[in-house]
Design a protein around this ligand. Structure first.
Ligand code: DGL
Length: 269
């Protein structure tokens, strides 16, 4: 048992899909979350900028003596490979676990990927799926507007504007017959009910935040790092812009009021 916290970061609210999975599947673990809300979105930036942002996020979390660091961000996991490969702690990103889950789930070997432009352009999902199953066909679509929908809390199932935007993004994946879709940006699981209503029950959605947490669980268990039931997990959140914006939407996403646990932390000069 190792009582140090798990460090989780994302550009903003997206990584809360991983936090939710920690609450459900690793309830004895403490979390330090960092959301770089000042600089969101990451997904439309250059590789150089994403690498630099990722280095800052990692350096911030490394101060907390974490037992594991998770990039709950598809963009960082896909693009900032230099920064993440230098992490000293055990590290989990979202690309590998979500591709593994998709390859396992697909029956027709047609996999769709919804992610940010940077993630799609990096080819990280295509490479990982090709490595796992060379016969699988991948269709990727970059969906930058969906990040904005989540950051503005336009996630309710009845929101017909969100539904229309999602339908347009999904069309190429449906045209190509994907039976499995990776929500490769951690913001997107927050839109899963709308996405599922557009694609129908026959299509499996892969929640990249959840899959990353499943891999973290495995890593903690295999290395004797997991907390036992005597410890009740806690969560502290740090954000690089107004805490109120984050807490308000986080309450909807997590179903709990976290405002007392959110602290402002400026990273950028
Ligand atoms: N949640 C992030 C991802 O998984 C980033 C979205 C963004 O900042 O563009 O890619």
């Amino acid at each position: 048992m190792d009582k140090r916290p798990i460090g989780i970061f994302d550009s903003g609210l997206g990584g809360l899909s991983a936090v939710k999975a920690v609450f459900n599947c690793l309830p004895n673990e403490d979390i330090i979350y960092f959301g770089d809300t000042q600089r969101v979105p990451y997904g439309s930036r250059s590789e150089k900028t994403i690498e630099a942002f990722a280095r800052d996020d990692i350096a911030f979390l490394e101060q907390f003596n974490c037992k594991l660091i998770m990039a709950a961000c598809g963009t960082v996991s896909s693009v900032a490979v230099n920064a993440t490969s230098k992490i000293k702690e055990p590290f989990v990103g979202v690309v590998k676990p979500s591709c593994e889950a998709a390859v396992k789930a697909t029956k027709n070997k047609k996999i769709g990927v919804m992610a940010t432009a940077a993630s799609i352009n990096s080819g990280a999902y295509d490479r990982e799926i090709a490595r796992l199953d060379p016969e699988a066909k991948v269709t990727g679509v970059s969906c930058p507007v969906l990040v904005t929908l989540v950051e503005n809390n336009w996630i309710d199932e009845d929101n017909y504007i969100s539904k229309e935007i999602i339908s347009r993004y999904l069309q190429p994946l449906l045209d190509n017959g994907a039976d499995t879709i990776i929500l490769g940006c951690t913001h997107f699981p927050h839109l899963a009910p709308i996405i599922q209503s557009v694609v129908g029950d026959g299509v499996t959605l892969i929640d990249s935040g959840y899959e990353a947490v499943m891999q973290a669980k495995k890593l903690l268990d295999e290395n004797g790092l997991a907390n036992d039931e005597s410890h009740m997990g806690t969560a502290k959140y740090y954000v690089s812009d107004r805490t109120q914006n984050f807490s308000g939407i986080a309450q909807t996403l997590l179903g709990t009021d976290i405002s007392d646990s959110v602290t402002f932390k400026e990273l950028a000069e």
